[in-house]
Each structure stands twice: as C-alpha cells, then as structure tokens.
Design a protein around this ligand. Sequence first.
Ligand code: NAG
Ligand code: NAG
Length: 536
Amino acid sequence: MSLRGLGTVAIVGLFAVALQVGILYKQSLHVKAPEVPEPVACLAFDHAAALDRFRRLLTFPTVSSKETPDHVTDHEAMRGMLEHLEQSYPAVWRTMTVEEVGAGGYSRLLTWHGSDTSLDPVLFISHYDVVPVTPGTEGEWKHGPFSGDVADGYVWGRGTIDIKFSVAALLEAATALIQGGGLVQPTRTLMFAFGHDEEVGGGLGANATARLLASRGVRLAAVLDEGGAVLADGMRPFVTDTPVALVGLAEKGYSVIRVVLRSPGGHASMPPTDGSDIGTQVWRLYSALLVLQTPTQLAAPVTDMLRELAPYAPPVMRPLLANADARQSWFVNRLLGFAFRRLLSRDTAAMVADTIATTRLICGVADNVLPQEGTVSFNVRVLPGHTPGHVVEHLRRALKLARIRGAEVQLVEESAWAGSAVTSAAGRPFQLLRRAIQESWPRPKGQPHTALPVIPMLVMGGTDSKHYAPLSEGGILRFVPFGLNKTAGDLGLIHSTNERIPADDFRKAVCVYARVLQLMGSDWSAEPVAAAAAAA
Ligand SMILES: *[C@@H]1O[C@H](CO)[C@@H](O)[C@H](O)[C@H]1NC(C)=O
Ligand SMILES: *[C@@H]1O[C@H](CO)[C@@H](O)[C@H](O)[C@H]1NC(C)=O
C-alpha cells in the first residue's frame, strides 16, 4: 500500500474511533442514579442487649467438617449454640414454626406464616457453622477466636464475617418487629433456613432443608443469602471512594478436575529425550494452557454492576461504564473485557472468565525413580451459564495442543456445580432489597439525600443458596448488611486470623433486616415495576 493509502486508512480509523467515543460520551450524559427513597427510622430495640446475644453466639466453636458423619466436630458446642438461640430469641420461637432438619436435626427451618397463603414465601438463608482456626495460629489472634470480645470498635471472632452475624441480626430484627414493630404476622410467609454445614458444602444441612421444601411443593418468591456486603471504602481507584453496597445476583460454579498423566517411567539416570517424562508433560500442559486461555466474557451481572456504577464514577469513566453491555457496544465490551482480564487485578480477572487454578501436583515415589503417573488437580470456577464440562473440554484441547497422549481428564462429580442463573437487576426482589438498604443504612452527616448506592455483582465463591436455586422463582440475592474495608485488608480476614466486624454494623444490620422483612413480608407481587424499569 502506498504512503497515501496508509494515511487515508489511518484518518478513517481515527475518525471511526472519535465517532464511537463521541456516541458513547453522548449516551453517558443521560446516566442518572436511581431515585433515592426517603429515609426510614430504625425500629426501637436495645442495642447493647442485642450485641451481647450476638457475642455469646460467637463463643460456641461450631466448626464443621467433612470427616464426621453429621459434619459436626463438637456436638456439645453445637447443642449449646442451638439452646442459646432458642433462649435468646424467645419471641421468634413462640411466633414461628421451628423445625429441626438435616443430619442430627442440627439445621433449622423457621416459618413465619403469612396471612395470605396464596403468596409464595421469601426465604432468608444463613449458617451457624464456621471454618476451623488453623492450628498454630491461635496465638496470633488479638482476641480469642471464640471470645466474642468487643474491643477497639470491633466484635472479634470466628463467625463474625462468616456468618453468625446474619443469623443473630435476622433473629434480632424479627424479634424487634414482633415485640415493638407492629408486625406480628406478615402478609407473605417468611422463612429462615440456618445450616450447620455450609462450610463443607451444605450436603447434610441446606440440601436436606431444600429437599424438605421441595417435597412440600414450596416455590420461593425470593431468596436472600450471604455473598455481598457494603464496601466501606468504595471501589477504588477508578470508580468511587464512598461506600457502595454490592448485592450478588449470581455466583460462579465450582468443581475439581484432575488430569492424570502417564509415562513409561524408568531409571532417573537416563531420562527420555522426547518429553514423555511426567515433569516435561506438566510443563507442556501449562505452556498449552498459557496459549489457550479460557475465553473472556463480559456478561450479566458484571455488566449490570458496571452500568449501575456509572452515575457514581468520575465523568471520564462514565462513557465506558454506562455502555457496558455487549449488545450496545462491541467496542466497549472488548475494551472492558481486556482491562478486567489483563490490566486490573486478579479479582476483576476472575469476574470475566472461567478460572483454572492448580491446587495439587501429585507424583513420584522416590528421588531416583521416574514417575509413571502424575496427577494435576485443578480447582475450577465457571461463569454463570457455564458448566464444569466447558473446562473439561478446554483441558482436553490443551492436552491435544501439548501433544500429550494417554492422559485422562476426570471431573470430580460430587464437587461439580454449574455457574448459577442470574437474578434480574430489574426484578422486584432486587428493587425491594435496594429500597430497604437505602431507606435504612445511615446517610452521611449533612447529606440527607445521599443514600448508599446498591449495585449488582457476581459472587466468586459458593453459597448454600445453590441448594435452593431449583425452588426459586424470583431469583437469589446475596448480601449481608455489614461494611468491609478493602484498604484495611478486611477481605483477607474471611476464614483467617483476627476475623472481626465493626460493632456498630450489627446495629445497622438489624435496622436493614427489619426493613427487608417488612417489605418482603408484604404483598409486593402486584406493585408496579416502574422503579425497576427506570433503573434498568
Ligand atoms: C443431597 O442429599 C441427597 C440424599 O442424601 C444426596 O443424594 C445428594 O447427593 C445431596 N446433594 C448434595 C448437593 O449434596
Ligand atoms: C479503611 O481503612 C483505611 C486503612 O486502615 C482507613 O484509613 C480508612 O479510614 C477506612 N475507611 C473507612 C470508611 O472506614
């Protein structure tokens, strides 16, 4: 091509990009945050007494384990904890039907019967089992993992973030409504399912509760589970440094996939020169996986998240965020997908692709023997709409590219979950939750019209809600009303040393839950969806 031809192509190209940027900019001018509701005063309740009941809940070491027949490690602790619940929230036990479910009867299903039985119930899920404290790290806790201490403005202990917090706050909110809030009976039935083995998959707790509900033909109008929280220091650096509430509208699937490699083996003094030894096969497999990346896919609810964040972001970011939707702009979708995958952080990369992480490499019997077999264990997380089978195929393609013969790809079936369905950000359940959070979460001083932004997101881990997914008509929402501060390293405290939560967040959570229970417990099926449509 002549110099002149190149120049023409460059000018046309620049013009096209400028035009696209102009269109995006113009579209982003109309971006507005959803209308903010009037604040609603919190119900009267005794904070100090409520906090005390929560602290005592934390003192029971209700660690779950796959190694015991009922997934309980300390039966005395589990029974003591269940007794504590019954004695601490007597109004709930009096008002609701309480059923013992699952292995040993250790999970609980509470039903607060509504006056209109034609309405499908809303289910609130949580769990009171916790992960163990890593042996040898006990001394590193500033306050004992089962102390329930309140100090320096925090409540300390295993189960604060994950997630006795929500068990206690939900029961406290229901108590406040029954005793002083004028809600002795909701219109719509509200249910609470508390599991005893969520941390090991919920196979004997939530699984049994879900099957019990299914056997009764129960359909759920909405489900509220853990998974999202308030990011106290915002989403830095590109979006906002004021707090945002993130609500999980989908979660990634989970599986373990093993690749078993085979080799003739032999004496280590004469290794093969054709790359057939296990070590070189592993290297070839990883080389192929580097070339053959899982595809980048920017889809809901991540696109919902970006679009809903647009009004809160600096003006230069708005055109990009507001147009995050494959159908609207191929250009923006590609750009954002690339940025998420390659430029930002490992948590953004995990939002836009199936991830394949090596967790175990098992091979070899002696220092001077070439192994005849080697196993690579991959922990795999797939996007909503994907199944572990997608990754099995991907690994087969990688083996083929690496020209590895005789290898086997095994999906560990009992651990295989597909990515969840995506709850609609325009649907009533999400809109109601957003309203309750915005009405009840305290507003900044002197800014009565600034409510907490409530934003959809994708949950990377797995929750008990997957067991209830087949029963859910209105979708699953994943959110606990407490603040985590990313800058202070709070995300690293989950399942780790010095797990703690700001003490005042417990009070805020009771207020938010009480409002959620009021709204969800009403007949909202016939209300207009105008607000939802405006936000969508
Ligand atoms: C749920 O329980 C049933 C019956 O005990 C069992 O067959 C099934 O594998 C369990 N499912 C999960 C996901 O744990
Ligand atoms: C978050 O933590 C950082 C570092 O500890 C602190 O400077 C900041 O004030 C915290 N933000 C909020 C909102 O608590």
